[in-house]
Ligand binder design. Sequence first.
Ligand code: GAR
Length: 223
Amino acid sequence: MQTDPVKIAVLFSGNGTNMQSVIRQVKQGHINARIACVISNQPGAYGLTRAQRVGIPTHVVAHNRYPSREAFEKALIQILETYQVRAVILAGFMRVLSEVFVNHYRYRILNIHPSLLPKFPGLHTHRRALDAKELRHGCSVHFVTTGLDEGPVIIQAEVPVFDTDNIGSLVKRVLVKEHVILPLAVKWLCQGKLSCMDGMAYFDDSALEKPIRLIERHYKELL
Ligand code: GAR
């Protein structure tokens, strides 16, 4: 039995291709959610245009206009509360969130990160993977906790790294996978299949001892 769509919000800082991938899957009916609003901390973010085009309410909360991280996060919460969102999706949101925000939406925040966590938390993941001569790179969706990119990982997708790669080619290869694993995780969250407790992620009530690996059959869930 289909329940009411889950109200979610997407936060981003830039281009917004990951947000777009979630919008697409919601629109096609593969995710039982309603994107109540999106918020960017960057006024010029192209993602704002993407959301406006499909009639999703957009907000800008420019972090540099607030005296502290906490004040910025309280402003985010104030907007999200007016929409009564149940979950928050970080899709290229380039601000670290403190416990003010994380505890407010405890275990209801997902983040997409461009590396195979716990490898390469933080910034410049593609450059660091190339410098480290990694043979495999990829992306992860995890529950957000207060540690930087440290929350329990739900799903990961791998890509090969070639000798001929540069940052641009690697970014592109990883993004293709991001656009699959982020909507998948959002879908599962909205279905109530995903949960998190005491620093452990659960899928269908079974503890995820290690992250789910993206495999062929997962694609059918987004067809
Ligand atoms: C994506 O690669 C995402 O994984 C990354 O920012 C990019 C946003 O692209 N996020 C982080 O680095 C978070 N630490 P997009 O705006 O096209 O979705």
